[in-house]
Design a binder for this molecule. Structure first.
Ligand code: PMP
Length: 388
């Protein structure tokens, strides 16, 4: 038998991530400016790193509790309370995970039975649909509309719900669109969710990267805390992608189910990373604010540049992505991204990898220096002029 024949069917059937292909192409070229990656260009603030060093010097090199160090869970609980006015008991309502990625995987595996449907709102983070499938569930996608600024409408949600719907994954602010929903926009969605008795996986990893508004956690909405699994982490706002640290907070019974899987499959999140995260929550506020200021400047620059070039782009309310329309060029998003990379050495991600309705758009991350962004916009302008 060939090794391929041993691969489990549901894994063999998964499509490889469309983002990866562009990274691989870009890696073989020189002088590429990447607006493709979904991670901060900042190095983790020094005091977080130092705290982690010290923990190693002091001999903290063993496993922690399965759910994560209690001091860290206490800090997470306090952070959620101070920032979003939601109260979680650190003893049994918080779990520390290997990135928000693992929190999503654990949450889905903890709740999904075969045949359960989980709603994914597209354009979406590329991991949701595959993780629902791997958990044995059936992903059901909703295509948000450009004319609604890719904001999920309550009627669309209502239409997608069937007797088999168990949960919905909401990402606010959203990757790849940067779309941000405020309290007023979330409330009608919460009403539909309550009416149909659904669970919510609320991916709030970009919550601290919200511009111009006070962020409302989905769990803070009336009657929503008991049906929300709040997912977040340290990768984005704290510039800690490589540390692999995230968390989930939610009803004790669900967190206990997640811990049950976690204890057999992961034991615990990396100890040294947990120590760095402790410092991030205790003394990281200024660093987050400084990075945020920088993202805001970059956002303003890239949005006005894209619109000047003729790639229509609304001002995203959060995260560090823009999702401009490339329809004026007559190219598909795949053609646009490939030709831009080949002809001008700028890497972006074609919108169709995030869902059908992403066709006609590209994702440009602005988590890169203003200097690089400036150069990238010059190259893109030259490219677009040639095509239009
Ligand atoms: N959720 C969203 C919406 C993301 O964009 C990402 C990272 N790209 C993650 C979760 C995973 O983050 P982590 O590094 O914490 O696993």
């Amino acid at each position: 038998m060939s090794p391929t024949s041993y691969i489990a069917k549901q894994v063999a059937d998964l499509k490889p991530s469309g983002i990866r292909r562009f990274f691989d192409l870009a890696a073989q070229m020189e002088d590429v400016i990447s607006l493709g990656v979904g991670e901060p260009d900042f190095v983790t603030p020094w005091n977080f790193i130092e705290h982690s060093f010290h923990s190693l010097e002091q001999g903290y090199t063993s496993y922690t509790e399965n759910a994560g160090m209690i001091e860290l869970r206490q800090e997470i609980s306090q952070f959620l309370k101070q920032n979003y006015h939601v109260t979680y008991n650190p003893e049994d309502q918080v779990i520390v995970t290997v990135g928000a990625s693992q929190a999503i995987d654990l949450a889905l595996r903890a709740i999904v039975n075969p045949g359960d449907e989980v709603i994914v709102v597209e354009p979406s983070f590329v991991a949701y649909t595959p993780t629902v499938t791997l958990a044995g569930g059936t992903p059901v996608t909703i295509q948000t509309r450009a004319e609604d600024d890719f904001k999920l409408q309550p009627e669309q949600l209502e239409e997608a719900i069937t007797p088999n719907t168990k949960a919905i994954i909401l990402c606010n602010p959203n990757n790849p669109t940067g779309t941000y929903l405020n309290k007023k926009e979330l409330e009608p969605l919460a009403a539909v969710i309550e009416k149909h008795d659904l669970l919510v996986l609320s991916d709030e990893i970009y919550a601290k990267l919200t511009y111009d508004d006070d962020y409302t956690s989905f769990a803070a909405l009336k009657s929503m805390q008991e049906r929300t699994i709040l997912i977040s982490g340290f990768s984005k706002a704290f510039a800690m992608t490589g540390w692999r640290l995230g968390y989930a907070a939610g009803p004790a019974e669900i967190i206990a189910a997640m811990v049950k899987i976690h204890q057999y499959t992961m034991m615990c999140a990396p100890t040294m990373a947990q120590h760095a995260a402790l410092e991030a929550l205790k003394n990281g506020r200024q660093s987050v604010q400084d990075m945020m200021e920088s993202y805001k400047q970059r956002r303003n620059f890239i949005v006005s540049s894209l619109n000047e070039i003729g790639l229509s782009c609304p001002n995203p309310g959060g995260a560090f992505y823009t999702f401009p329309s490339i329809q004026a060029t007559g190219l598909t998003s795949g053609e646009f991204a490939e030709q831009l990379l080949e002809e001008e050495q700028v890497a972006v991600v074609p919108g169709d990898v995030f869902g059908e309705n992403g066709e006609g758009y590209i994702r440009c991350s602005y988590a890169t220096s203003l200097h690089q962004l400036d150069e990238a916009m010059e190259r893109m302008e030259r490219f677009v002029r040639k095509k239009m």
